[in-house]
Ligand binder design. Structure first.
Ligand code: GTP
Ligand code: MG
Length: 377
């Protein structure tokens, strides 16, 4: 069967058209959406073929496009439903099913008669920003009533700002050394964030800074901090055992602020997690910031924090600039259940970091603010 392109007002309608014409086994090959602002009518375009045809032509079923859509709407990549031959196809179909369910839920919200037109427009806008149906419903319910779309949007900012908990900056106290540890999964931006914070506190707040790293696993990890130490003229200590961390803390106790960088840990690696806990137990940090990127699926955040232990006091949300849409970040922030301290918006040290602010974050998540006009720490 040749491929066919369907144009519709929304994803649900497009997928229903695909299903009606090409059957249950239809495969989506490409998709595109236009217009995301309230008040504008959306149009989506989906090109599809039937599954047997796509597989015969060597296409990996709905793979690329399902992932592309999933990225926009913050869907995860579920584990294969069936291992071995056909597993990939099963997984792609599973993704598509999950996607259709999510789209239809969101579409229900956007069209629900329970909501007045301004709130329906808000729900449609939130769906385009990748908010989960649950959060969209929650925010619309909190807004409750709005005379027009602008009022609904302003209400959404306020509602979200009440949901997003921010914990303020790292607090330095005169004549007292504050110990702040950064923990989190691998590659989430711990060392980069630490470097940004160290540079900002050293330059702007004129604090006496020290850095301790227990990340001796990754080649170059300590080198990165040594270089930073050289540039900022701050002491950097590399420790290999919990005993050494206590010695380094004693040695650097004259500092106002001591940052501890830790090696990225997979929450599934029990041995390495125990090792990290032993370091944290020895260091007894005043604040432990859990670093998590806006690009990860919200479903992972809560379980990861639980694995990192009760010592986590703050959440640092990184890589806002890399997220396809920031709506899913609301689920990360609320799922974490910890106040936000900082958000990071790029790789530049010391520039790409902001103190978390609930209104600013609400506006970013709703796509009303630009990352580039941020307020530095
Ligand atoms: N785009 C973007 N990249 C970032 C951001 N923060 C960190 N990175 C990049 O993410 C990569 C990993 O950053 P690291 O700071 O090494 O991450 P880490 O958590 O210390 O990694 P491990 O120590 O290996 O667990 C680097 O390439 C950073 O430049 C951010 O806010 N935006
Ligand atoms: Mg690191």
């Amino acid at each position: 069967m040749p491929t066919k392109t369907f144009t519709a007002r929304n994803w649900q309608e497009a997928l229903l058209m695909v299903k009606a014409e090409l059957g249950e086994g239809a495969v989506i090959l490409t998709s595109a959406a236009r217009a995301a602002r309230p008040g504008q009518s959306e149009q989506v375009e989906v090109t599809a073929s039937n599954e047997a045809d796509a597989v015969a032509r060597g296409k990996p079923a709905a793979g690329g496009t399902a992932r592309q859509l999933a990225k926009v709407y913050g869907k995860s990549q579920p584990a294969p439903i069936m291992p071995g031959v056909g597993g990939a196809l099963e997984r792609e179909l599973g993704e598509l099913k999950e996607l259709v369910r999510g789209l239809s839920l969101r579409s229900d919200l956007a069209q629900s008669r329970d909501f007045a037109p301004p709130l329906r427009a808000l729900a449609a806008h939130m769906q385009m920003q990748g908010f989960s149906p649950e959060r969209t419903g929650q925010v619309c319910s909190l807004v409750g009533r709005a005379a027009n779309e602008a009022e609904a949007m302003a209400g959404a900012v306020e509602a979200m700002a009440t949901l997003i908990q921010c914990g303020g900056p790292i607090k330095t106290t005169v004549a007292q050394c504050r110990v702040v540890a950064l923990v989190g999964p691998t590659g989430v931006g711990k060392t980069t964030t630490l470097s940004k914070l160290a540079a900002n506190f050293k330059v702007s707040a004129k604090s006496r800074i020290g850095v301790i790293t227990v990340d001796t696993y990754r080649l170059g990890a300590t080198e990165q901090l040594r270089t930073l130490g050289g540039i900022l003229e701050v002491p950097v200590r590399i420790v290999m055992t919990p005993g050494e961390i206590q010695a380094a803390l004693r040695e650097l106790r004259e500092c106002d602020l001591l940052f501890i960088d830790t090696a990225g840990r997979s929450p599934k690696d029990a041995m390495r997690m125990n090792e990290l806990r032993a370091f944290m137990l020895a260091a007894q940090p005043d604040e432990t910031h859990f670093v998590f990127p806006a690009t990860h699926h919200p479903r992972q955040v809560h379980a990861a924090i639980e694995k990192f232990g009760t010592g986590v006091s703050r959440l640092v949300l990184t890589k806002l600039d890399e997220a396809a849409a920031l709506g899913p970040a609301l689920d990360i922030v609320l799922g974490a259940g910890k106040p936000l301290s900082y958000v990071t918006t790029g790789q530049n040290i010391p520039g790409d970091i902001e103190l978390a602010d609930s209104h600013r974050l609400a506006r970013l998540m709703l796509g009303l603010d630009e990352l580039s006009v941020g307020h530095p720490v």
